[in-house]
Design a protein around this ligand. Structure first.
Ligand code: SF4
Ligand code: SF4
Length: 189
C-alpha cells in the first residue's frame, strides 16, 4: 500500500517556536544513550549474560532482514542443479540500470534437459539499484532479490558477477519465493 505524505499539516504554536522540539529530540537521544550505557555495565561486570542495548556489533553480529528486504539479485539453482533461467531476456529489458547482460544458449538436439538457458549471465552490482524489477519481470521464478547486501569492495570491476557467482540454491530462497508468489498474485498478474 502506498504511503501518502500530508504536506498540508499545520504546525502548532508550540512546534513553530522550534526550540521545544529540539529539546524533545535531544531528550530522546540522551535517554537512549543512558539506556545503552547502563545496559552495558552489568554485562561487563558479568552480572548479565546479554547486553540490554540496541547496538548490533556488525560484522561480528548481524540482524535477520525481513523477507521484503531487497539485497543483491541472485539466480535460483533448482533441485536438478540447473538454473531456472531460460534466457528470455525480460529481466534485462526491465532493468532500469542496464546492469544485466545475458547471452543465451539453445538446445542443439544433443542436450535434452532444457530448451534454452543462459550461456552467460552477468549482473554488475556496482550499477544495480536493487529495485527488484528483474524479479518482477521474470516469468520462470529464476531471479530473486536475496537478503545479501555484503557486496562492497574496493575494485569496481569485481562487482560484475558471472553466472557461477550468481547462482544460489533455491532452498536458500524459500521465504523470498513464497513472498513473491503472494506479492505478485495480489497485483493480479
Ligand atoms: S534489481 Fe533493478 S537494477 Fe538491479 S539488476 Fe534487478 S532490475 Fe536491474
Ligand atoms: S532471469 Fe527470468 S526474466 Fe531473466 S532471462 Fe532468466 S528467465 Fe528471463
Amino acid at each position: 500500500m502506498a504511503y501518502t505524505v500530508n504536506r498540508n499539516v499545520k504546525l502548532t504554536l508550540w512546534e513553530r517556536i522550534y526550540l521545544p522540539e529540539i529539546i524533545r529530540g535531544m531528550y530522546i537521544t540522551t535517554r537512549h544513550f543512558f539506556i545503552n550505557l547502563f545496559g552495558f555495565v552489568p554485562f561487563f561486570l558479568g552480572q548479565k549474560k546479554h547486553r540490554e542495548i540496541f547496538t548490533v556489533y556488525y560484522p561480528e553480529e548481524t540482524v535477520k532482514y525481513p523477507v521484503a528486504y531487497r539485497g543483491r539479485p541472485v539466480l535460483a539453482l533448482n533441485e536438478n542443479n540447473l538454473p531456472n533461467c531460460v534466457a528470455c531476456g525480460l529481466c534485462e529489458i526491465a532493468c532500469p540500470a542496464y546492469c544485466i547482460d545475458i547471452i543465451p544458449a539453445e538446445n542443439t538436439g544433443k542436450q535434452n534437459e532444457v530448451e534454452r538457458w543462459p550461456k552467460e549471465f552477468t549482473i554488475d552490482y556496482a550499477v544495480c539499484i536493487f529495485c527488484g524489477n528483474c524479479e518482477e519481470a521474470c516469468p520462470e521464478e529464476a531471479i530473486f532479490m536475496s537478503d545479501d547486501c555484503e557486496i562492497s569492495m574496493l575494485d569496481r570491476s569485481k562487482m560484475k558477477y558471472n553466472l557461477e557467482q550468481l547462482l544460489v540454491p533455491i532452498d536458500q530462497l524459500k521465504d523470498r519465493v513464497e513472498f513473491t508468489r503472494k506479492m505478485y498474485a495480489k497485483w493480479n498478474y
